[in-house]
Design a protein around this ligand. Structure first.
Ligand code: MTE
Ligand code: CO
Length: 415
């Protein structure tokens, strides 16, 4: 709250005292003003031209993209959300990154079944229609793959926020609290964990402590108001707020209440972090506070020259809400509080802005998030000191973009 108020004041004072000249030229004689244009003569498309609306052709570059050397085959693969080109906080499903271990399956509602078994009083099988009859809720949450920014551990590598930070999306989910379905089956006192798996060949089985399962997990069937897309787990996926994306089981088919964790491949050889000591960190479910400047960034250079420049980005924490974001223009020497946009929601993306006046000088842009637990996003070297260099997952370090005098932007690291 404090940082929000003070950053706002700073913005207003800064803008007023600098006497910012916003671009308001009269553009006398501009034919786009003085001439009648083609699109104003005759008719546009009729209402039935696209029963399901798609982005206009001029925006066809705003798509998921992959990194060639990461995508040996597209079946067990990943692509990235174009976060550099989006605004606000909600990710449209059509550009939300995808991560499949054995491809996206086509599962219809009539063929859908969800089984709850194991240490329960009454094993149950739900159809899609059964799930729709339980009380439902709507919540906005981010889903971040544990491997997001993983390629950046050993040095600056990928040139674009889409590639360094795009294994994330943020949607409004409609679903039934998992707790209600578990209560229906009746969890026995010996049950301390749930094992969750999907209907795809990989099954992506993971163990989740019962407390979390009875907490804020959702059995979701809608995202951003419409049915889940096939690639996001149609017709039903698990939403595990604030926890690594790997636990968000798509095409959710079975929930087994167990005494202990199952220790599948996904929680032993994968999704653990090998420290410098040779010991692996395990059960690292929560996503630590993190942020990135989405513009300017390598895919979003400054094209308008000096003067007013909107610096913007996204911040999030799996432990709670974002309390503040600081921005540095000089590689972390000096910091200015950013303006947080709207209400910072727990376990969801928060948009931030710094309304800056660019003098055309070079900048080393950084953002640093702080969450409601007081945790502050670390510098890359500080994270490496604790975790070593063997890690892939859970890299939440501060990102640096180098902006040159031409406004071009590169991914760099500062010591
Ligand atoms: N669930 C199933 N059934 N199969 C999978 O391959 N991939 C997991 C998780 N759930 C996966 C899955 C991983 S690693 C991530 S990061 C998220 O789904 C990605 O969700 P998305 O594809 O909707 O972005
Ligand atoms: Co993942």
């Amino acid at each position: 709250m404090t940082s929000k108020t003070s950053s706002r004041r700073q913005f207003l004072v800064g803008a007023a005292s600098a006497g910012v000249a916003f671009p308001t030229a009269s553009r006398a004689g501009d034919p786009l003003i003085t001439e009648v244009q083609d699109w104003a003569i005759g008719h546009g498309d009729g209402v039935d031209a696209s029963p399901y609306g798609l982005p206009i052709s001029h925006e066809s570059h705003v798509v998921r993209r992959n990194v060639e050397w990461l995508t040996a085959d597209t079946i067990s693969s990943i692509n990235f959300t174009p976060i550099h080109a989006l605004e606000g906080t909600i990710t449209p499903q059509g550009v939300g990154f995808e991560r499949h271990h054995s491809g996206a399956i086509d599962l219809s509602k009539p063929d859908y079944r969800l089984m709850i078994n194991g240490l329960v009083d009454q094993p149950l099988v739900f159809t899609y229609e059964d799930i729709e009859r339980f009380p439902r809720e709507n919540h906005v949450y981010f889903c971040e793959c544990a491997a997001n920014s993983g390629m950046e551990w050993n040095g600056a590598q990928l040139n674009g926020a889409q590639f360094t930070h795009g294994m994330i999306h943020n949607m409004e989910y409609t679903g039934v609290p998992l707790r209600l379905l578990l209560e229906e089956a009746g969890v026995q006192t010996a049950g301390k964990w749930v094992f969750v798996e999907g209907a795809d060949a990989s099954s992506n089985g993971r163990s989740i402590p019962l407390d979390k399962a009875l907490g804020d997990c959702l059995v979701a069937f809608k995202a951003n108001g419409e049915a889940l897309r096939k690639e996001h787990g149609y017709p039903v996926r698990l939403v595990v707020p604030g926890w690594e994306g790997n636990l968000w089981i798509k095409w959710l088919r079975r929930i087994e209440v167990t005494k202990g964790p199952v220790e599948t491949k996904e929680e032993t050889s994968k999704y653990t972090d090998l420290l410098g000591s040779g010991i692996a960190r395990k059960w690292t479910w929560e996503m630590d506070a993190k942020s990135v400047i989405t513009a300017p960034s390598p895919q979003m250079p400054i094209r308008h020259g000096t003067g007013p420049l909107v610096i913007t980005g996204l911040a999030w924490s799996g432990r709670g809400a974002i309390e503040g974001v600081d921005i540095s223009l000089d590689g972390g020497v000096n910091w200015t509080p950013a303006r947080l946009d709207g209400q910072a929601r727990a376990k969801a993306l928060t948009r931030f802005y710094l309304d800056h006046v660019w003098d055309g000088g070079q900048m080393l842009l950084q953002s640093r998030a702080r969450d409601s637990t007081g945790y502050v996003q670390p510098k890359k070297d500080d994270l490496r000191r604790v975790r070593g260099l063997n890690s892939t997952y859970h890299n939440n370090a501060i990102q640096t973009w180098w902006v040159n005098a031409e406004g071009m932007v590169e991914n760099v690291e500062v010591a």
